[in-house]
Design a protein. Structure first.
Length: 238
């Protein structure tokens, strides 16, 4: 039963309270490189140079050049069938929460409404001076960009060593603890605190459905483990 698409589909059909946790694998199917497999895209630099406050302080122009390349690449990408299937699932469920570790905004572009962004948004810019935060999708010609107050703007994403957005994990935990079904898609769930949502759901008596091309550390614990990509499996579940 753990690998049966039919049994999983029936469980999805019956669920009224649904939570979903997504990771980079969903975006990868839209052509967006995953964080740990960019190779040359990282310009042979360590993530500490590109995704930490310390790296940004050392060379903000270099960091912004990399992030602007990512922003432009994401702008050319389109939501895939997996994103669209989650929009349909949200319309069917009485209560639905989509918790994402992705920063690209493809879930929202596909039409998902109740989204918790655990790691912020690449389209958000935050001022280091006045702390103002704005959303900007246009190409950034001046790097690093500056705020109206004259302060330097940084990407509005959560870097290594930083706290999650205020209240994000609390809202995610509340949604998972109340869900009948947690669907985990495109993530190995190795990064905490997000990884803690899976045992939380199991402990609360919810069914957990994993969708991933490969086995993960929690595959043996879930109710259903379906092998394949989000764009293939999620539409099949509906």
């Amino acid at each position: 039963m753990r690998t049966s698409i039919e049994a999983a589909r029936e469980r999805v059909r019956r669920a009224k309270r649904v939570a979903v946790l997504t990771g980079a694998g969903v975006s990868a199917e839209s052509g967006i490189p995953t964080f740990r497999s960019n190779g040359g895209y990282w310009r042979q630099r360590r993530f500490e140079d590109l995704a930490t406050p310390q790296g940004f302080a050392r060379d903000p122009k270099f960091v912004w050049t990399w992030y602007e390349e990512r922003r432009r690449g994401i702008a050319r990408a389109e939501p895939n069938a997996g994103h669209r299937a989650l929009v349909e699932l949200e319309a069917r469920a009485e209560r639905f929460t989509l918790i994402t570790q992705n920063v690209d905004g493809l879930h929202e572009r596909a039409g998902s409404r109740n989204v918790i962004r655990l790691h912020g948004s690449i389209w958000s810019l935050r001022c280091l001076g006045c702390r103002r935060e704005i959303e900007e999708h246009a190409e950034l010609n001046e790097l690093p960009p500056l705020c109206e107050c004259g302060g330097m703007l940084r990407p509005g994403v959560v870097w290594f060593g930083e706290s999650l957005p205020a209240g994000a994990m609390e809202r995610a935990a509340s949604a998972v603890s109340e869900a009948e079904l947690l669907i985990v898609v495109g993530t190995s769930a190795q990064v905490y605190p997000a990884a803690g949502l899976i045992p939380m759901a199991l402990g609360a008596g919810a069914a957990v459905l994993e969708v991933n091309p490969a086995e993960t550390e929690f595959s043996d614990d879930v109710t259903f483990a379906l092998r394949g990509g989000a764009a293939e499996i999620l539409p099949a579940l509906l």
